[in-house]
Design a protein around this ligand. Sequence first.
Ligand code: FAD
Length: 474
Amino acid sequence: METKQPKKIIPKKTPIPEQDPAVRRTNFEEVALGYSSEQAVLEASRCMQCKKPLCVTGCPVGVPIPRFIKAVHDRDFGKAIEIIKEANLLPAVCGRVCPQESQCEKLCTLSKKFEPVAIGRLERFVADWERQQGEGKPPVVPAASGRKIAIVGSGPSGLTCAYDLAKLGYEVTIYEALHEAGGVLIYGIPEFRLPKAIVAREIDLLKRMGVTIVTNAVIGKLITIDELRERFDAVYIGTGAGLPRFMGIPGENLNGVYSANEFLTRINLMRAYRFPEYDTPVKKGESVVVVGGGNVAMDSARTALRLGAKDVTLVYRRSLTELPARKEEVHHAIEEGINLELCTNPVRILGTADGQVSAVECVRMDLCELDESGRKKPKPMEGSEFQVPADVVIIAVGTGANPLIAQSARDLTVTKHKYIVADEETGKTSLRGVYAGGDIVTGAATVISAMGAGRKAAKAIHEFVTVTSRLPAK
Ligand code: FAD
């Protein structure tokens, strides 16, 4: 590969300033504080400006990474944000929550010998810089084509699909079941990782491009997919995978046991993090046990800590190596004092006579054989049972697809778990003119993969609508 070698490579990423762990565990303010201009320019100087940039191939929405980093290096931050927005409506979100270590940064040429360029931190810097300048410039939208597209779900997938279609001159309407747009970005990911105001601002840009967002609109109940199809030229379904899943162990119906979804929704959407301004009904535990090892489990544990818990224990059945949460979040959780009970699985939840949760009984797991995915398969170790006291238990072992849309659109092909079957490259479903993508197709995944699916579907919808418009009228 042809690369331009800088004179001297700085081996490590420029560190990002953060709130002190002892302070931040008591507040909901952002953990990472972002680069200053000087730090951003220094970090940008580490980019080798590869002629064939592999980092871009690792980004599901194809952000022109070396180009925007060059603009940062040249201190042309306005140009940098314009370049990012060619591909990404949500740079301030992606710069904060994307798992760059397994995407763009994993493929950075520098990472063969040194730490990769901190692409995520630079993306965040550019987006934050733009916010400090004022309300930001939406991309130029062409004259309305008269073609209408409906999008179901306002998570990152639906928002991205809307963005690309609006840029092509479509009249886009997003239908959202909740009273606020943003999907998991608003109701799931906590304020200390992704401030709500930042998400709202990026969504506002979409509104300024002419996209209509209808909230409190449950598609499948209020309007069916068939009805949308009659009113619109095409439909995109990006309804996510927000159906809570439990473990099926005894005691899950005790008071004080939450699904992570319910717990985080109460904190985020019902603003429990702004207590006492908002008096949200949510139990604040002293000893909290969280079950699971993904981002959702980490977010629940760190949120419980900030609500005032004295002890928060995360129970995960595999080892630290397999913990699926973003590395940075695991590091932050440990710094903040979350206890990790690794290679451990809950077997039952114990309660008091009046039905309140009191402890979780766990068993140690032996990681011996490999399972189908090539990971070590946890096996309970006989006689290793022990109890962790708890007055709140949060189950974060994954989510499933909400079956509502599938139930109301009978000809839509879904899997046995009710995920929509859609073409990976186009999002095309079994219904003509109906496309789908994001978690409702893949199962719980990442913000950027959901956005990537939205982009691919927008392109396919454009092709579909323009081809249909050329067909003779029936
Ligand atoms: P969603 O974000 O789930 O949005 C779907 C939207 O559709 C929702 O607003 C929902 O209300 C709406 N909807 C559902 N049914 C209907 C209906 N019938 N009618 C109308 N609207 C409907 N990913 C990362 O990359 N990094 C992270 O750090 C990270 N952390 C996470 C933390 C938590 C707590 C959670 C829950 C997830 C996290 N994820 C993370 C995963 C990521 O957020 C999801 O993969 C992503 O949001 C999926 O996007 P989506 O657009 O497919 O669906």
